[in-house]
Design a protein around this ligand. Structure first.
Ligand code: SAH
Length: 226
């Protein structure tokens, strides 16, 4: 998978994407990225990429001529995604779809200020995506959320193979069961007996029950979705 990332803060990449399983997957060539500095296409020597809103109002808007030039500099943009609170909220099902093609190419546009001129969104037929109902100062964190969530479901990224992602929250039609590791007794608290029993059938039933209870209590909406 390849990601072209357009930003006015190229120093923010790879950021979180350089560490852990996602960073290692990059080192192994499972995914690649290229950062494009939008300021390279600024309208003047001061590096201006934004301007006042037509119609008035607080805050600046990223200019379509600047963004158009930055986008046109990309040889193969693939699917163009603009991170925006106005898009549908990213969820695990969408992540699976985006990550479905290991040769997929995505261009990720990180907005700043109040956002970008509507004509660029229309002209390039962009897919708008939100990462939740709150406002960030820019799309860079959203872009890292997108890449991280897509890469970790790709084949050979997590140890443990397909099992490692298939048993996680949202993949199992609900939330994950409680997890425990050594020591088996910690500050007087024991691990649930069944997990030490070695009886796989009982363990599986216990986990399923825990998962159902927690999901019903915390996220009943996920059960309705099933
Ligand atoms: N004026 C906009 C918010 C702009 S925030 C509005 O009211 O909808 C500046 C930039 O941060 C946006 O252009 C977008 O790229 C990014 N951003 C902010 N919140 C986001 C979210 N929840 N999901 C994805 N991107 C977001």
């Amino acid at each position: 998978m390849h990601f072209n990332i357009l930003t006015i803060f190229p120093e923010m990449f790879p950021g979180t994407l350089g560490a852990g399983v996602v960073g290692r997957a990059h080192d192994r060539g499972i995914w690649t990225y290229k950062v494009i500095n939008i300021r390279d296409c600024a309208i003047n020597n001061y590096g201006s990429v934004d301007d006042e809103q037509f119609g008035g109002g607080a805050g600046m808007v990223m200019r379509p001529d600047v963004l158009g030039a930055a986008l046109d500099s990309i040889e193969n943009p693939g699917k163009i995604i603009y991170f925006s609170p106005r898009g549908p909220t990213l969820n695990q099902k969408m992540v699976r779809e985006f990550a479905g093609d290991p040769d997929g190419v995505y261009t990720l546009l990180c907005g700043r200020y109040e956002g970008i001129d509507q004509r660029v969104i229309d002209m390039y037929n962009m897919t708008e995506l939100s990462i939740g109902d709150y406002i960030l100062s820019g799309g860079e964190i959203a872009a890292q959320v997108f890449v991280d969530s897509c890469v970790r479901v790709m084949d050979n990224v997590l140890g443990g193979g397909a099992d490692a992602t298939a048993s996680e929250s949202f993949e199992i039609g609900g939330l994950e069961w409680p997890l425990y590791t050594r020591p088996s007794v910690w500050r007087g608290q024991s691990v649930p007996e069944v997990l030490l029993s070695g009886h796989h059938g009982n363990i599986e039933r216990w986990r399923k029950q825990q998962s159902d209870d927690i999901t019903l209590e915390r996220r009943p909406d996920l059960i309705k979705e099933k």
